[in-house]
Design a protein around this ligand. Structure first.
Ligand code: AMP
Ligand code: MN
Ligand code: MN
Ligand code: MN
Length: 275
């Protein structure tokens, strides 16, 4: 089992633990290297770093950027970034605006289907962190109109559903560029989660590499064997370094527990082997 986890969330975005709690839990699970990769924000990194120093675990400064590629929403993880670099900080500030406006639009759509106070409650749930669809989902579950977060996404928050807002995220190549300018390495997040054909997925990985991306999550999300194999093929084909991340959000909803990642296929080069 790998003790390195390069994808996790705190309550600076849509995770349920504070950065400090997340780091403590990672350390208790035997993780030696943890990347905190909140959606479009580096706000939790300072607290995570302080906590990491206290429990002898290496905290890798990171972020998960929302982007678009051919109209699909695609996530890019940037590791070893300098969070204060202006090129990156400016892009993240814009994303914060984008998310704030999008939250207003989602709330307006939800109002039309009977949710009166979505914006107010969702803002409260997000606190000073980024507002995400996860917060809207939590609000709708609390309202009693859906069983769980997954059901909310299916009924309200995905394309074609009443609370879905198509969002203009920055272009994939632009996000990669910002990560590089900030001294970081760009990793294509959870490649199997996008609704793409096998051909389009290969094209995505190819474009990602051409645009300056260096890594790909091979062990990601569910950690299912066939997904790992498909990701490994992309890594080999496009000569991308392999990464592994649980995408941990909370102890209630997680596919992979912190510190419980299956190993990378032995022929791949782990991204951390070059650090
Ligand atoms: P956003 O970035 O605001 O669009 O929110 C996306 C987040 O919602 C993802 O990072 C996941 O944490 C969560 N999410 C997306 N789809 C689902 C789903 N089907 N079930 C549960 N959570 C989801
Ligand atoms: Mn999330
Ligand atoms: Mn993601
Ligand atoms: Mn994530």
């Amino acid at each position: 089992m790998s003790t390195i986890d390069l994808h996790s969330h705190s309550n600076a975005s849509d995770g349920s633990l504070t950065p400090q709690e997340l780091v403590a839990q990672a350390a208790a699970a035997g993780i030696t290297h943890l990347a905190l990769t909140d959606h479009d924000t580096t706000q939790g990194l300072a607290e995570a770093q302080t906590a990491a120093t206290g429990c002898n675990i290496e905290l890798i400064p990171a972020v998960e950027i929302s982007t678009q590629w051919r109209g699909h929403s695609v996530h890019v993880v940037g590791v070893h970034i300098k969070p204060t670099h202006p090129a990156l900080a400016m892009a993240l500030a814009e994303l914060q605006q984008t998310r704030a406006q999008r939250a207003e639009q989602i709330a307006e759509l939800l109002r039309r289907v009977g949710f009166a106070d979505a914006l107010e409650v969702t803002r409260r749930l997000a606190g000073d962190g980024m507002i995400t669809r996860t917060h809207f989902a939590q609000y709708i579950v609390q309202s009693g109109r859906a069983r769980n977060v997954k059901a909310v996404f299916e009924r309200f928050l995905t394309p074609g559903k009443p609370g879905y807002v198509a969002t203009r995220w920055p272009e994939l190549a632009d996000a990669i560029d910002r990560i590089r300018q900030a001294g970081g390495q760009a990793i294509l997040a959870h490649p199997q989660r996008y609704k793409l054909s096998a051909t389009a997925r290969r094209e995505l990985a190819g474009h990602f590499k051409e645009a300056g991306g260096v890594g790909i999550e091979v062990v990601a999300g569910t950690g299912h064997g066939p997904d790992i194999q498909s990701n490994a093929e992309l890594a080999r084909r496009f000569d991308l370094l392999a990464s592994a991340g649980s995408d941990f959000h909370s102890n209630e909803h997680c596919w992979l527990k912190l510190g419980r990642l299956p190993p990378l296929p032995a022929d791949l080069v782990p991204i951390w082997s070059r650090w």
